[in-house]
Design a protein around this ligand. Structure first.
Ligand SMILES: NC(=O)c1ccc[n+]([C@@H]2O[C@H](COP(=O)([O-])OP(=O)(O)OC[C@H]3O[C@@H](n4cnc5c(N)ncnc54)[C@H](OP(=O)(O)O)[C@@H]3O)[C@@H](O)[C@H]2O)c1
Length: 276
């Protein structure tokens, strides 16, 4: 069985990958307790002593708002930590996959394909792009966006955040003139299964089949879960992000390379987790 060593296995995305693909691959989780990725010495030691075929690097500083206040911490984890891990994996001569984000794009000239030019506008996006830049062309970069899943105790994704606010009858103001590309984490896992078995260097966009405004996404969640849709009122990108324009406006993510796994639209993804 192919051995996949990974960081970030305790996280929102990583834990679901291990859950879904645990029978197909031998996953070896390197947690923050085993090695803090910012500690080069412990990274080298751990990776030199681990037997694996592919290294999947999911660990990261993932708090988008927090990164604006903690720029250096985000860079230390997402750039320097990634470099530590990548260099050690390269010393072993093994394959490397880096999970990146739509936040590497500025959201001004959509759509974004694998060969579009990154130009991040947020500290989080900058730190993740810096992480991409420490790699060589033999490494695989998998960019995902707005991942969501049915349940996960430790962290809410945007679908469960909106659901829980609607459940509490809280009014929500959501942006109409912006685009996001929500992605069902189960689809990310199954697309990765293909990529593990058909590894090649370069960028891949593994994203949901459609992009929609946060307002439309919110309305769809309300409708499908039977919440009061009138709790959601429209606003503009400019008003909503006044003074904190660090989320890309039109994050319309597309792939030229994913002809191997059919990703779900947002509606299909919600239907899937509702009946699961
Ligand atoms: N969630 C999103 O919306 C989103 C969107 C696009 C891309 N991504 C990317 O997808 C990847 C996974 O995201 P996620 O949401 O699943 O992450 P998450 O739930 O926030 O979990 C982060 C993971 O990174 C680990 N970690 C953090 N700092 C570390 C360090 N210094 N050394 C070792 N491990 C460390 C954490 O370990 P502990 O549990 O021990 O702290 C945890 O396993 C990230 O690279 C992220 O940039 C996420």
């Amino acid at each position: 069985m192919m051995k996949i060593a990974l960081t970030g296995a305790s996280g929102l995305v990583g834990s679901r990958i291990v859950e879904l693909l645990g029978n197909d691959f031998d996953f070896i989780s390197l947690s923050q307790n085993d090695m803090d990725i910012t500690d080069k010495e412990s990274v080298v030691k751990k990776i030199m002593n681990t037997d694996f075929d592919i290294f999947l690097h999911l660990a990261g500083y993932t708090n988008v708002d927090g990164a604006e206040k903690e720029k250096e911490v985000a860079l230390k984890i997402n750039r320097d930590g990634t470099k530590n891990v990548f260099d050690a994996v390269r010393q072993r001569g093994k394959k490397f996959i880096y999970i990146s984000t739509d936040f590497v794009f500025d959201g001004k000239n959509p759509p974004y394909f694998e060969d579009s030019s990154p130009n991040p506008i947020s500290s989080y996006g900058i730190s993740k792009y810096e992480g991409e830049k420490v790699l060589d062309e033999g490494a695989m970069i998998v960019r995902i966006s707005y991942p969501y899943r049915k349940s996960f105790e430790l962290k809410k994704d945007f679908v469960r955040t909106i659901r829980s606010l609607l459940e509490q009858h809280k009014p929500l103001t959501m942006v109409t003139d912006s685009l996001m590309t929500p992605t069902l984490i189960d689809d990310i896992a199954y697309a990765l299964k293909y990529l593990f078995m058909n590894f090649s260097g370069g960028a891949y966009h593994i994203n949901g089949a459609d992009s929609l405004s946060p307002y439309d996404a919110g309305k769809l969640i309300a409708k499908m879960y039977g919440f009061d849709q009138s709790l959601i009122t429209p606003t503009t990108y400019e008003k909503y992000f006044q003074g904190k324009a660090f989320r890309s406006q039109y994050s319309d993510m597309k792939s030229k390379k994913n002809n191997f796994y059919k990703m779900k639209s947002f509606k299909e993804g919600l239907q899937f987790i509702l009946k699961d």
